[in-house]
Write a protein that binds this ligand. Structure first.
Ligand code: MRU
Length: 366
């Protein structure tokens, strides 16, 4: 994706051939800054403080985190330590464990002297695969948008999305936003309703930013607006991402997704979830046991923004001593999901639908 005319991925290897650069997403949209990761601790901190976030990007960063760890110590013990440290950074997105398993598999049977090169090669491949996977999600999802455009005689298709499942959540393109970028680039008129996504405002800070940078028409709305928009027929379809989808098609995604799916069902609006294979947790039979991240309550009691002077400030928005709870994700039952948009095609949100697309994985499913 391009920022100020320059193409960026969200994570890349520096010219020194070993340190890793990321876009600091805690600074967007007001400042575009990058950070250099040089150690396992740097990578773990970037994930847990959400300098990088979004399921696929968390996985990609963890992959490079393993490579950075092995650079310092290529022993089995160091590999296990890196795995455990990175696995503990965020609990819900399954891409994290998927990427760590991939890295362990790529390195474990290598002699020590080959481990660093093998780990960097697998981390780079995970990033490249993510870009191609998301490009295909865009290719497979654009037809759903086009069908609405045809019905509307070319009038803009209104799509609602929640949180940020765009290129900033991945290495490039995004999952939920990939079909939208594809439609826009093919000349199909689209307009995106962007939920602000309290408490961390990934919609306001990140989705609005990247859609704007790509020239995609969009409108930022408070999270509670979606039901009203759907009642007034101002939403043609919803497309969201996911952090973990279980073998039966239940979908964990950013808190508030479930309420959008309920409103969509009540109003006959299609509700699609876009995801790569690495987001499917075949070991869980349904969404009831997905670990739901609980974050610092100050993310709820405070908000951060830019003053007219340009200064970035964080302010308290509630009474001084009111307790707050901060659940990061919720689970949308498969029955509320119209279908999945994947790199292998569009499929019903059912065990059978997923098994049809991924027969090799479904065999081992819970
Ligand atoms: O807490 P975050 O910002 O990491 O949550 C991100 C989301 O919920 C995204 O919708 C999800 O990771 C899909 S990413 C393509």
């Amino acid at each position: 994706m391009k920022i100020g005319g320059k193409s960026y991925r969200t994570i890349w290897l520096n010219d020194d051939g070993w340190s890793v650069e990321i876009i600091d997403q805690t600074k967007l949209p007001h400042r575009f800054e990058t950070i250099t990761l040089r150690t396992l601790a740097d990578a773990a901190r970037a994930i847990s403080t959400m300098q990088v976030r979004g399921a696929p990007l968390i996985g990609a960063t963890a992959a490079y985190g393993v490579a950075l760890a092995l650079r310092e110590d290529a022993s089995d013990e160091a590999l296990d330590r890196a795995y455990e440290t990175l696995a503990a950074t965020r609990p819900t997105a399954i891409n994290l464990r998927w990427a760590l398993e991939e890295m362990r598999h790529a390195v474990r049977n290598q002699p020590r002297e080959a481990r660093i090169a093998a780990s960097y090669a697998r981390a780079a491949a995970i990033c490249d695969e993510d870009v191609e996977t998301n490009r295909r999600i865009g290719e497979n999802g654009v037809g759903l948008i086009k069908a609405h455009a045809d019905k509307k005689g070319g009038a803009p298709v209104n799509i609602l999305t929640h949180c940020n499942a765009g290129w900033l959540a991945c290495v490039d393109w995004g999952t939920a936003l990939a079909p939208i970028y594809r439609a826009h680039d093919e000349g199909i008129a689209v307009h995106v309703w962007v939920d602000e996504t309290r408490p961390r405002n990934q919609g306001a800070f990140l989705t609005a930013y990247e859609l704007g940078a790509h020239g995609v028409p969009h409108t930022l709305v408070a999270d509670n607006t979606g039901g009203h928009l759907m009642q007034k027929k101002m939403v043609d379809l919803c497309i969201v991402g996911t952090d973990r989808t279980t073998a039966n098609g239940d979908v964990a995604n950013k808190i508030g997704t479930y309420l959008k799916a309920l409103a969509a069902r009540d109003n006959g609006v299609q509700f699609f979830v876009a995801l790569p294979h690495s987001t499917i947790d075949w070991s869980l039979a349904d969404g009831s046991t997905i670990p739901i991240e609980e974050r610092d309550p100050t993310e709820v009691t405070h908000m951060t923004g830019r003053l007219p002077s340009g200064e970035i400030r964080t302010v308290l928005i509630g009474p001084e001593n009111s307790p707050a709870a901060n659940y990061g994700f919720d689970v949308t039952p498969a029955r509320l999901v119209t279908g999945f948009i994947t790199e292998r095609g569009v499929t019903p949100a059912t065990r059978e639908g997923l098994a049809l697309l991924y027969p090799e994985r479904a065999k081992s499913a819970a």
